[in-house]
Design a protein around this ligand. Sequence first.
Ligand code: P6P
Length: 323
Amino acid sequence: HAADAHRTDLMTITRFVLNEQSKYPESRGDFTILLNHIVLGCKFVCSSVNKGEEQKKLDVLSNEVFIKALVSSGRTCILVSEEDEDAIIVEPSKRGRYCVVFDPLDGSSNIDCGVSIGTIFGIYMVKDDHEPTLADVLQPGKQMVAAGYCMYGSSCTLVLSTGKGVNGFTLDPSLGEFILTHPDIRIPKKGKIYSINEGNAKNWDGPTAKYVENCKFPKDGSPSKSLRYIGSMVADVHRTLLYGGTFMYPADKKSPSGKLRVLYEVFPMSFLMENAGGQAFTGKQRALDLVPTKIHDRSPIFLGSYDDIEEIKALYAAEGKKE
Ligand code: P6P
């Protein structure tokens, strides 16, 4: 009967989060309601991507679906989307205590060739019900209460952390439910893969160039690492989380702050990495300690296996001593 019990004991993402939230006596279910509306947006994008909607429409469509779902949840007060220049202040009658920052369809330039893409989101909670302002979202990533991504690939996988570990859920299309498939994800302490756009090599700074050199020609005689670069952050980060290694988008002469956005790319992925036992570093500091000044700020990012990021931090520290 054990197998049957497992079959009938459906651990959906809603049930999982309800269990987690029930540990907080003051919890009133608001977070679970908010998450359910994010999940609704992910289900919509998953079905649209699978229908083969063309990129342009899908970018706009998915953004509108997430905004409408988040506002209608009645649990948000300010939204920041990669697709909108300005933050969205939710109308007073529909306000709640959460601020959501998100990229509705990250890597969307890859849609037309079938490469996996994803939604990335981070959640802050406002302290009280004051008039929401940008200050509520210009917070360091360590203030996030939750973060996650949904990857639209051969299957639809949602990876989430509420600050106590990382869990992965796979959409079962026959049920229309995300079921727990990757409980308590822990990133390997050290990896055999490095992930970076080698096409930018001529613009890299010393420490990045040295680290990549060490991956290719290890000084200690260990085997070279493999290069894996998909060019879709959600796919590259998901592989790094499960297999270990590093994902890097460094600053370079062309883009001194790197390319990836702080609020809805760097922070959520860094939050997940730390909760899975990994690290996330900007080249100068712990990524989650960064304080954004504008909602579309960029930052360099090095994230992944704990020991591999230690090596990168040591190279930057040595460089700092020289200056
Ligand atoms: P590059 C996709 O456009 C994206 O924003 C991320 O998903 C991805 O990691 C990065 O840019 C790829 O950038 O410069 O290597 O093409």
